[in-house]
Design a protein around this ligand. Structure first.
Ligand code: 6PG
Length: 470
């Protein structure tokens, strides 16, 4: 085997296969390996005009020998133990200058651990978040990199070439050391969960509250996709709402069980937000809604016991729903960016917010025209909460009344809108100068003598109940 490949790739599942074709198409000779050899040969056999760029290998040793040193090898294997196993198998075959790139959806703590182990010797290690599903992997994903900058720079020509391009700018960026890239990818997925959930909630208001058919809902979503809400997720939601089931002839959506799956990245985001004391209630609500969706039997029992919520409503207009969705979306992105800011501070990682918004403009699942405005708003002041950026503050001033009207009408009709409602509660708390936490402080002082600060600055830190505590 001659070492002519510029890069290697392990794991020819859907995402790995698409990424390998993308790399080959951009002019980089690639060596590939899959645990099942038949899959490797089948992949090359079906690569058509790209086949000459691909070296199919039958063992890890053969794969390593096929790549020009210092080598770069992309792992596209399931997150978790499979990544550790693959690193363990590769390590004896590689030199300390070779580079392993984990392109799966890894938990960033795992990436931190693997990067720390690599720093002690052995092959180099990069963790990159890759978003865009099958289509993105094949024709241009968004890429969020973490590890040593020098290692990123070494493979940046390949990553920039295979990434989605936004007006000629590659949607690939270095986020910071170790797990920074996978952290940003997890937040991307948290936002993805919330954006999807909010769309599902307005779909629910249209379906159950306004009694609209799937095809009518598709038309509304298509209209929204031509405006401020233009995004991949609204676009595909319109498409799925318009689709017909070939078996029953009914709308496809009506035939799909309302039990949503998840691989866990949204949950990781919420857990990390709690560790960092970052507030991401819209994302938390979306994860909660996914968890609850799987409890179908309990929900059916609840419906039988408490009567069939939801009820029709006439007190919401489609225009209000669109504005509510705009406000909800801004709030959920503001929460996601604030979480990244908190992590950047806590871990001392660069994670440049304007660059993150730029990377997300194309290729990834949450791509939308609003992200371009977010990139601009964050460039003006990278430390600012997005909801305070003048452009988005104006949007929120114009739309929060409709978000309020939708959440209120939904509550009265028993239509669950947890992500929209959580976004609204966050917005209201964020604009309440005098909150109710004085009551919390008084309670804490009463039962635990924890003390409080006074509004008048006096030094007396306890209430007249002192000594009444348990
Ligand atoms: C992406 C997606 C992707 C995600 C899967 C499954 O950015 O391309 O976020 O990485 O992991 O679509 O996600 P769930 O199973 O958790 O919904």
């Amino acid at each position: 085997m001659t070492n002519t490949a510029q890069i290697g790739l392990i794991g020819l599942g859907t995402m790995g296969a698409m990424l390998a074709l993308n790399i080959a198409e951009k002019g980089f000779p690639i060596a590939v390996w899959n645990r099942t050899t038949a899959v490797t040969h089948g992949f090359k056999a079906e690569a058509g005009a790209l086949a000459p760029m691909i070296t199919a290998t039958e063992s890890l040793a053969e794969l390593v020998a096929a790549i020009t040193p210092p080598r770069a090898i992309v792992l596209m294997v399931p997150a978790g133990q499979a990544v550790d196993d693959m690193i363990a198998d590769l390590t004896p075959l590689l030199s300390a200058q070779d580079l392993i790139i984990d392109a799966g959806n890894a938990l960033f703590h795992d990436t931190n651990r693997r990067a720390a182990a690599a720093a002690k010797g052995g092959p180099r290690f990069l963790g990159i978040g890759v978003s865009g599903g099958e289509e993105g992997a094949r024709h241009g994903p968004a890429i969020m990199g973490g590890g040593d900058k020098a290692d990123w720079d070494r493979v940046a020509p390949v990553l920039n070439a295979i990434a989605a391009q936004y007006k000629g700018e590659p949607c690939a960026e270095y986020m910071g050391p170790a797990g920074a890239g996978h952290f940003v990818k997890a937040v991307h997925n948290g936002i993805e969960y919330a954006d999807m959930q909010m769309i599902a909630e307005v779909y629910g208001v249209m379906r159950d509250g306004l009694g609209m058919q799937a095809a009518e809902i598709a038309t509304v979503l298509r209209g929204w996709n031509a405006g401020v809400l233009q995004s991949y997720l609204i676009e595909i939601s319109a498409e799925v709402a318009a689709a017909t089931d070939s078996h029953s002839g009914k709308p496809m959506l009506d035939m799909i069980l309302d039990r949503a799956g998840q691989k866990g990245t949204g949950r990781w985001t919420v857990i990390e937000a709690q560790h960092l004391a970052a507030t991401i209630p819209a994302i938390e609500a979306a994860v909660m809604a996914r968890n609850l969706s799987s409890r179908l039997e309990e929900r059916l029992a609840g419906e039988a016991l408490f009567g069939a919520a939801p009820q029709p409503t006439t007190s919401v207009t489609l225009a209000q729903l669109e504005q509510a969705m705009i406000a909800g979306k801004i709030l959920c992105y503001a929460q996601g960016f604030a979480l990244i800011s908190a992590a950047a501070k806590a871990f001392d990682w660069p994670m440049p917010l304007p660059d993150i918004a730029r990377v997300w403009r194309e290729g990834c699942i949450i791509r939308s025209s609003m992200l371009n405005d977010m990139a601009t708003a964050l460039s003006d002041d990278a430390a600012r909460n997005l909801m305070f950026a003048p452009f988005f503050a104006d949007h929120l001033k114009a739309s929060h009344g409709d978000l309020r009207a939708v959440v209120a009408a939904a509550a009265l009709a028993g239509l669950p809108v947890p992500a929209l409602a959580s976004g609204l509660a966050w917005f209201d708390m964020m604009r309440t100068g005098r909150s109710t936490a004085n009551m919390i402080q008084a309670q804490r002082d009463f039962f635990g003598a924890h003390g409080f600060e006074r509004v008048d600055g006096l030094a007396d830190k306890h209430g007249p109940w002192a000594g009444h505590g348990l």
